[in-house]
Design a protein around this ligand. Structure first.
Ligand code: NDP
Length: 445
């Protein structure tokens, strides 16, 4: 790392002790930015990096709610409003027991650059709670969402901060959150949340957008080597919103997706995953992946273990951060891997990224490859602002244009900075320069 940037990075780490994922995300971005500061000394003079690493606002709040047996439960809620240089804070809410400030900050930090890369007018933010939705009844989920919004509502708004979904927050939760926001504020403010239902202000393609976008990005990477998804053997981790839609899109492009996972284990289905059955189990029944094995022939379910033990030519990690380590990366590379598209945020450890890059694997980092979700959220905001709703084909066309644009911008930036094919460098520099320019233009704030 450039010595000037390393000194700033060390201060950031010291000021934010114990936030391991945030440290990892900051270090990974700083490693790309040395050459930018050679060309743009004004970024150092303007303390852009110091400002960028300090969120504009961090909100931590109590979420008190009653479970079905009437017992009071207390969770912790977070919203980190990281950077508004390009537009209102924008980023999802995660409900998962692992959520803490460091995780929300890593996600919010990544979101700044991702949102810049989309070319849409959105800043970066992220939030969530350590609430565990697993095993909770629908009524409990509703009461929790209402309690969460009862505090969050005072901090958000269509021109201020626009949350969406992430792990543990899908269409059902966005519905309960929106309902409570409307009740408290007495405003039908569609643009305050994205990922809404289609009949009440949502956008077609938003549910599919992250997974579809990841595959579109990976397809563009494959094209640079004269390849495509057609005929590829694909492994996907996770079986949630991003994973399921990535599987659907990869198979629509002619790939065979042979494995996917949840936090309990993984399935191997050599005939290609039956997306309809997977949706039925995960989205309708809210069941476990193990249920898939009994309902389809010739499927193996592996309890525990790592889905990355299954060979693939294309790997799409779509579950969570640091789920693919250096050992798994080396094994995949030895067994014929060509490309990785990160549907999740920071799913590959720094060791894994180094293995992929050293081996010349096409590697699309999450902040570029999974930007289709937030980009389509911005399209939802456009539709809300104009009180319009677009067709599936039109919206998917816009998503495709945006993903191809992100790919091409990352590739062009990597070329410009003398490291062709390095999408990590391209994404970090491409996103950073846009935000840094806007911050300098807006003065010391
Ligand atoms: P979902 O909650 O719909 O699905 C998450 C999936 O990942 C589930 O299969 C879950 O398994 C698995 N998973 C979650 N945490 C862990 C863990 N600690 N260990 C192993 N498996 C785990 O979330 P999404 O699909 O929305 O999000 C997946 C990833 O994509 C996240 O990194 C998210 O930040 C990122 N992302 C999501 C976007 C979106 O639009 N939704 C946009 C951009 C990025 P189980 O059910 O067993 O917990």
């Amino acid at each position: 790392m450039d010595a000037r940037l390393e000194a700033i990075r060390d201060t950031v780490l010291a000021r934010n002790p114990g936030e391991d994922e945030f440290h990892q995300a900051v270090t990974e971005v700083f490693e790309s930015l040395g050459p930018v500061h050679d060309r743009h000394p004004e970024f150092l003079e303007g303390a852009v990096l110091e400002r960028l690493c300090e969120p504009e606002r961090q909100i931590i709040f109590r979420v008190p709610w009653a479970d079905d047996s009437g017992r009071f439960q207390i969770n912790r809620g977070f919203r980190v409003e990281f950077n508004s240089a390009l537009g209102p804070y924008k980023g999802g809410l995660r409900f998962h027991p692992s959520v803490n400030l460091g995780i929300v900050k890593f996600l919010g930090f990544e979101q700044i650059f991702k949102n810049a890369l989309t070319g849409m007018p959105i800043g970066g933010g992220k939030g969530g709670s350590d609430f565990d939705p697993r095993g909770r009844s629908d009524a409990e989920i509703m009461r929790f969402c209402q309690a969460f919004m009862t505090e969050l509502y005072r901090h958000i708004g269509e021109y201020t901060d626009v949350p969406a979904g992430d792990i543990g927050v899908g269409g059902r939760e966005i519905g309960y959150l929106f309902g409570q926001y409307k009740r408290i504020t007495n405003r039908y403010e569609s643009g305050v949340l994205t990922g809404k239902g289609i009949s009440w202000g949502g956008s077609l393609v938003r549910p599919e957008a992250t997974g579809f976008g990841t595959v579109i990005f990976a397809e563009e990477m494959l094209k640079t080597r004269g390849l495509s998804f057609d005929g590829q053997r694909v492994v996907v981790s996770g079986s949630g919103n991003v994973a399921i839609n990535a599987i659907a899109k990869a198979q629509a492009l002619g790939a065979t997706v042979v494995a996917c996972s949840d936090s309990s284990g993984y399935i191997v289905d050599e005939a290609g995953i039956d997306v309809g059955l997977l949706r039925q189990i995960k989205e309708v029944e809210r069941g476990r992946l193990k249920d898939y094995e009994a309902r389809r022939p010739n499927v193996t379910y592996v309890d525990g273990g790592s889905v990355w033990d299954v060979d693939a030519t294309v790997a799409l990690p779509c579950a969570t951060q640091n789920e693919l380590d250096g050992g798994a990366a080396a094994r995949l590379v030895r067994n014929g891997l060509l490309a990785v598209g990160e549907g999740a945020n920071m799913p590959s450890t720094r060791d894994a990224v180094a293995v992929f890059q050293d081996a010349g694997i096409l590697f699309g980092p999450g902040k570029a490859a999974n930007a289709g979700g937030v980009a389509t959220s911005a399209l939802e905001m456009q539709q809300n602002a104009s009180r319009d709703s677009w067709s599936f084909a039109h919206t998917e066309g816009r998503l495709t244009e945006i993903m191809v644009g992100i790919h091409d911008r990352c590739a062009a930036t990597a070329d410009e900075y003398g490291d062709p094919g390095n999408y990590v460098l391209g994404a970090n520099i491409g996103g950073f320069v846009k935000v840094a320019d806007a911050m300098l233009a807006q003065g010391l704030i």
